[in-house]
Ligand binder design. Structure first.
Ligand code: DGJ
Length: 721
């Protein structure tokens, strides 16, 4: 059972496996006490240790706070580490003295106004709302803590309300701050770039500040809004791992500060670089939600906690647990060079292969023949589509396929009717160069009129043609950032207001079109985060569809996200991004651990390749629930060896995939130990016509005997007997 016990000054949040404890010390400072394996009770000596049994004045007359592990530290009372909240009052002061005001425990999980956040439909979670107050400024800070029953996650969020008489400027509002008593941890982050997203980085914590952040206006391919702390010796399946992630799609900061006493302050929230928010009397600022995963079962336990959170408490709508259509996207097949006839030919072959949806990518609107024009003009390019989208969609549906469509609604091309009519609708600063990227500018979604335009443009297409799926793309980062409508004292609110505008648009569109499957995309995986996932259950992992690269990208992504969120398609070889050739089978095997599809013209295949594609598609269909929603177990890391292996375990069946990057001459077969099976049950390994028990498969393993050649894969199907 998830419960929150409040006794005296102690708050104890726990579920059957995990406890999170803090207590009020001195005159009401919340001190962090414990995050770890479930405790029945904790008679904590924190007050004694940190106050030395002394009275409240102790905190005011010494720098004692610097040694106190805290829940929501501020600046100016002797703690010289990085505060969670940084303000500037009307007199230019930055001292804050937050003390306990009151608290409330409620059943369930409240929504956060205007922001994506985890939810709980089971009603089994519990939420503590703790209010702290700075009496001088009349500033009330509400900390929300939710403990879930079915996943080892503590969700935290923060709101700040100005009940005082004067405005206050918020320069930093972290969503969660946790002080650990030592720094004997390694820090794991996911970093990368376009086409090599979410590579796993690991290093030991050192004295000072370290972590990950984005100031690009997107959660970014460069660094994900995530970090994990692992104990010495923690590996995939054993040892302590604590993961932090932010339910947000814009600028963020995730940091660890190791202080002179060797304590670690872990924080995650909005990036304070280039941010500030003016809070007038009577106003409240709501910060995004942070989620903290606790595992004693290594990184796999942390990922299981995140995966459950995503599947049961983040992803919404009709497709949350539904089968996702196996799709065929024309982008890599045609780029901008297509007409209706060409598209229909590609779609027909997809249908013949057994695919279920055809997706028309970029180039169907305005006069878009390349990426130099037309973003913002969301009307059909009649030269390419004489019958419009409704005509094309009708023909695709008549083939027995669903129809999906690409949009990039947050952007405008300078060569567009929209830009000519509204040159001030893009992010910009007066009299400064409007820096273009991919010949496009970012629309200013901090403005309601721009949000209305976007919503109406997309809604009008979705209402006019039968569209089953939307690929929502976003292909450039924000620079410069500034809004024509905001006053000068609010310019640094622009990037966050943009995200709030985007979330409003997405909330409206996804509720107006509940049967449409939305896939998020941002030059591939530039916005692969829990915020987007709240609106769109799947995201395009990367523009790099090379099987070898995808092993790393999908493996790294799986630290936080389940395979049901990962857009993964088979594409042409040699691969367009890497120039590398890999067997069709490997490309399919790797894409099967994701929302499966093809990103190529199947008409270009040889007969043999096409026959194999038909077999692969039918294989995915026969095991789609296990492939998509089974529990994911990582077996061998491409970041540590030449072998990538993972498996998904569903009801009575499992699929194991192994990819070897480079051929090794004169080598012998190796063993791959499986996970997640029932020890006592027998499993038929179909490809080997061999029946082995779960114990044998997990302790002895399966023999891997790769065919000759680089980038070869093996796939095994296990059926419980
Ligand atoms: C970037 C996406 O990641 C690609 O899949 C494709 O949709 C292009 N944009 C189209 O411009």
């Amino acid at each position: 059972m998830a419960e929150i016990l409040v006794s005296g000054k102690q708050f104890h949040l726990r579920n059957p496996r995990v406890s999170y404890v803090f207590e009020l010390v001195g005159d009401g400072i919340p001190a962090h006490v414990y995050l770890g394996r479930r405790l029945e009770s904790l008679r904590s000596p924190v007050s004694q240790l940190f106050c030395g049994g002394q009275d409240e004045d102790y905190f005011h007359n010494t720098l004692a706070l610097e040694k106190l592990p805290q829940e929501y530290p501020t600046f100016g009372h002797g703690d010289l580490r990085q505060g969670a909240l940084d303000i500037e009052d009307a007199a230019g002061g930055n001292v804050l003295d937050l003390k306990y005001l009151d608290h409330e425990v409620v059943k369930g999980k409240p929504a956060l106004p205007g922001l994506p956040a985890s939810f709980d439909l089971t009603g089994e979670s519990k939420t503590l709302s703790l209010r702290l107050r700075d009496e001088k400024l009349g500033l009330t800070v509400t900390l929300l803590y939710t403990v879930f029953e079915d996943c080892d996650i503590i969700a935290r969020s923060v709101s700040v309300r100005n009940d005082g008489a004067a405005p206050v400027r918020l320069n930093r509002v972290m969503s969660a701050s946790v002080d650990f008593e030592d720094s004997d941890y390694s820090l794991i982050t996911l970093s990368g770039a376009w086409a090599r997203e979410r590579m796993i980085d690991c290093r030991k914590l050192v004295c000072g500040l370290q972590g990950a952040d984005s100031a690009r206006g997107a959660s970014s391919a460069q660094r994900s809004p995530f970090m994990a702390l692992t104990r010495k010796g923690t590996d995939e399946d054993d040892g302590e791992a604590i993961g932090f992630a932010l339910v947000y799609s814009g600028n963020f900061r995730a940091s660890c500060e190791v202080c002179m006493f060797g304590m670690t302050r872990a924080q995650i929230g909005l990036n304070d670089y280039q941010f500030s928010w003016l809070l007038n009397p009577g106003e409240t600022f709501q910060a995004p939600e942070a989620v903290i995963a606790y595992s004693r079962e290594g990184l796999s336990g942390m990922s299981r906690a995140f995966h459950r959170l995503v599947s049961s408490h983040i992803v919404r709508g009709a497709y949350a647990r539904e089968r996702r259509p196996l799709l065929l996207n024309n982008w890599e097949a045609t780029t901008f060079r297509f007409d209706e006839e060409k598209l229909l030919k590609i779609a027909r072959k997809g249908k013949e292969a057994g695919l279920e949806m055809f997706v028309l990518d970029d180039g169907w609107f305005g006069h878009r023949d390349d990426d130099h024009s037309s973003l913002g003009d969301w009307t059909e390019y009649r030269r390419k589509l004489p019958g419009g989208l409704s005509g094309l969609s009708a023909k695709i549906h008549a083939m027995g396929l669903k129809f999906g469509l690409w949009f990039e609604p947050e952007m405008v091309s300078p060569d567009s009717a929209l830009y000519r009519a509204h040159p001030d609708w893009c992010l910009h600063q007066k009299d400064r160069v409007r820096t273009e990227a991919r010949w496009q500018l970012t629309l200013d979604l901090s403005r309601q009129d721009v949000c209305d335009y976007i919503e109406n443009a997309v809604a009008s297409i979705l209402s006019r043609a039968e569209i089953d799926y939307v690929k929502w793309d976003m292909n450039r980062d924000m620079s410069p950032v500034g809004s024509a409508l905001l006053p000068k004292e609010r310019q640094r609110e622009t990037a966050h207001r943009y995200m709030l505008g985007l979330y409003r648009v997405l909330e409206n569109l996804t509720s107006r079109f509940p049967r449409v499957l939305f896939e998020s995309c941002a030059s591939g995986g530039n916005r692969f985060d829990l915020g987007m996932m709240y609106y769109m259950p799947q995201a395009w992992c990367s523009d790099n569809t090379d099987a070898g690269s995808r092993c790393k990208i999908q493996y790294g992504t799986s630290l936080v996200f389940p395979q049901s969120t990962m857009g993964a398609h088979v594409s042409h070889a040699p691969n367009y991004q890497t120039g590398r050739w890999s067997p069709l089978k490997t490309r399919a095997d790797v894409a099967m651990c994701g929302t499966y599809g093809y990103e190529m013209d199947l008409n270009t295949m040889t007969e043999e390749e096409f026959a194999q594609t038909v077999r692969d598609v039918s294989y995915v269909k026969s095991l789609r629930d296990t492939l998509l929603y089974g529990d994911l177990y990582r077996l061998s890391s491409p970041f540590e060896s030449d072998l990538t292996a993972w498996m998904t375990v569903g009801k009575g069946e499992a699929v194991v995939t192994a990819v070897r990057m480079s051929a090794r001459p004169n080598s012998r077969w190796q063993r791959l130990r499986l996970k997640g099976l029932n020890e006592k049950a027998d499993y038929l390994v179909e490809e080997l016509s061999l029946t082995l028990s779960g114990a044998e498969l997990m302790r002895y393993g399966l023999p891997l005997d790769f065919p000759a050649g680089d980038y070869q894969s093996l796939r095994f199907t296990l059926k419980k007997q």
